[in-house]
Design a protein around this ligand. Structure first.
Ligand SMILES: [Zn+2]
Length: 152
């Protein structure tokens, strides 16, 4: 069972619009500030799992950083590089997205049951890369990454 990080539930109650567009692969998401609510842009070329993470990343920018953001547009590259304008903002938005999509208690419980990284990532609707990063953040040993078998 996945945690209830369902974008549709948020979008039904918040003045946030979402557009999905063809962008270069290095651009993950965009947050456009408008007086009556933001627009979140996502990259059509990315997998649904990556777009899902990018969605919550942009929601994180909106909720956490809105007072500090200039009006206009915030573009989020992936991966963030040392040239990224504000690495701290990017990191905070990533932490927000990870906590919404992969709550610590849920990950710990699932980690005890699952044998592979792929299975965990699938259960949470994220990429294996995002799940690996989350496991490390929580001090959990990464699980076997082979599709068949694992530690059973
Ligand atoms: Zn960002």
């Amino acid at each position: 069972m996945q945690p209830p990080a369902n974008p549709a539930m948020l979008l039904a109650h918040a003045p946030i619009d979402v557009v999905v567009l063809d962008w270069p692969p290095e651009l993950s998401g965009v947050l456009v500030m408008r007086p009556h609510g933001p627009v979140i842009g996502l990259n059509r070329r990315h997998s649904p799992e990556r777009r899902h993470f990018s969605f919550w990343h942009e929601v994180g920018h909106y909720l956490i950083h809105r007072p500090r953001l200039p009006s206009g547009l915030l573009a989020c590259p992936h991966p963030a590089s040392p040239r990224t304008a504000d690495l701290e903002l990017e990191r905070e938005a990533d932490i927000f997205a990870a906590n919404v999509m992969m709550p610590a208690d849920w990950v710990r419980r699932s980690h005890r049951r699952q044998s592979t990284l792929q299975a965990l990532a699938r259960d949470f609707g994220v990429t294996p890369t995002a799940m690996m990063r989350r496991l490390r953040e929580l001090g959990l040993r990464p699980v076997a990454s082979t599709a068949a078998g694992g530690f059973r």
